[in-house]
Design a binder for this molecule. Structure first.
Ligand code: 0X9
Ligand code: ZN
Length: 423
């Protein structure tokens, strides 16, 4: 997003101290609308709107007639927005008048209340804290090794760890934070990593010690830093592009049916796929690392938010994968297990049908190119009824971590029963 050129976002000066002032994107008086998809034609209009500009922020997806979803609209686009929807008889209603309020509350809390220097799951952490914590794990546990899985445009490390209790284990890759604003994703994956190392629960110990875990909590580090410092709702990378744009959607940039579905070729769009596949150094470098694990990783799980879904390939077509029935059975058992602790309800299915057509995503590339047959994408809490799900209250981090770990145990056990980790 080009703040100055498009003036999508009002820019304010936030002075953290007398000497340090940074420009911060603000969403004062940005309303949030709930939109209902009434027909296939309306869905097409809404998809075009999503891909048209960054003045509309689609907070979560919807793909079926009857689905509702929430959109943030920049004040200068309000007239266009309502006119387009009215012309196509699309049902919509305002559910929040001022998006900025919840962002302000979160910022105040993080700056004033959080205990600095302690890594726990009572609140969200910035990139340095996550990286320092990963380093500390390697010093503390002999089974942990820090790995640089790649790097970012602004030259930050895509840092992760490998947890291996014994040689010859099948590998499982956990990817988090590819979309910068989805803060519950790194928080959940660090929670899971901590449990893999410390839990005394027998089922958790079994999966922890009988698999090698490759855990990458923040694979879009520039974007994540940007959401902490400048724009809480940033989604993409931060590569500059002609026309004053920044960033591509790193989950539309992988070289598998790139740019075919659910992506935009306009650089200011939230779903801009980039000028070519792997244009982003983040996806290019990380994919090289993942390729180096070919044969070693047998499951790949990406964590996003929000709307409580468990998705599996493909995203570029409604055609089913060869192991669709297995993926569907495993997903069914996984969401059942997730619901046990707190009653959190997930739905599941192949990406194309269960959320929306979207190609060039990491999980599809891993499935389609590397032949990793167990490939899932979680859309974590909250449900799609929430109006600002990226700003999830921190008291939900631990429950989200707990139920997601419960479900991950089932996902691994069920896929193992089906023979996916036998050599
Ligand atoms: O659109 C996305 O990239 C994901 N949804 S989100 O709201 N977090 O942006 C869904 C990803 C679907 N996964 C694949 N196509 N593999
Ligand atoms: Zn996402």
């Amino acid at each position: 997003m080009d703040l100055l050129k498009t003036s999508r976002v009002l820019v304010a000066l936030l002075c953290i101290s007398a000497v340090l002032c940074v420009e911060v994107a603000r969403y004062d008086n940005y309303p949030v609308y709930e939109v209902t998809i009434g027909s296939a034609d309306q869905l097409r209009v809404l998809q075009e709107l999503r891909e048209s500009s960054d003045s509309y922020i689609f907070l979560h997806g919807g793909s079926k007639i009857g689905d509702k979803f929430n959109v943030v609209v920049a004040p200068h686009k309000l007239a266009d927005f309502t006119e387009t929807l009215e012309n196509d008889y699309i049902k919509f209603r305002m559910i929040e008048e001022n998006l900025q309020q919840s962002i302000d509350e979160e910022r105040t809390r993080i700056e004033t209340k959080r205990t600095k220097g302690v890594f726990d799951w009572t609140d969200y952490h910035d990139l340095n804290e996550i990286h320092d914590w990963l380093d500390s794990l390697a010093s503390e546990y002999q089974h942990v090794e820090v790995i640089e899985g790649g790097h970012s445009y602004e030259n930050r490390s895509i840092k992760g760890v490998k947890v291996s209790y014994k040689a010859g284990n099948p590998g499982i890759f956990l990817e988090a934070g590819i979309h910068a604003r989805e803060w519950i994703s790194p928080a959940t994956v660090t929670y899971i990593l901590n449990e893999l190392l410390t839990s005394e629960d027998q089922a958790v110990r079994n999966i922890a010690e009988n698999y090698d875990w490759y855990v990458f909590p923040s694979v879009n580090p520039d974007g994540y830093v940007y959401t902490h410092k400048k724009d809480r709702l940033w989604r993409k990378t931060r590569t500059p592009y002609k026309g004053g744009c920044f960033g591509a959607d790193p989950n539309r940039n992988w070289d598998f049916h790139w740019a075919e579905q659910g992506t935009s070729n306009r650089c200011n769009s939230e779903t801009y796929g980039g000028p070519h596949a792997f244009s982003e150094v983040e996806t290019k470098s990380l994919s090289k690392y993942i390729e180096s694990l070919k044969g070693k990783i047998q499951a790949y799980i990406a964590f996003h938010s929000y709307s409580q879904l468990l998705l599996f390939p493909y995203g570029h077509t409604g055609e089913h994968t060869p192991n669709h029935d297995d993926l569907n059975d495993i997903a069914e058992a996984t969401v059942k297990s997730l619901a046990k602790r707190y009653g959190t309800r997930y739905t599941y299915g192949n990406i194309y049908d269960a959320i929306y057509p979207a190609s060039g995503a990491s999980a599809d590339w891993v499935y389609g190119t590397l032949g990793v047959k167990v490939a899932y994408t979680y859309e974590l809490r909250p449900s799609s009824n929430s109006w600002n799900g990226f700003v999830l209250p921190p008291k939900q981090i631990i429950p989200t971590g707990e139920e997601t770990l419960d479900s991950l145990v089932t996902l691994v056990e069920e896929s193992a029963k089906k023979g996916y980790y036998e050599n």
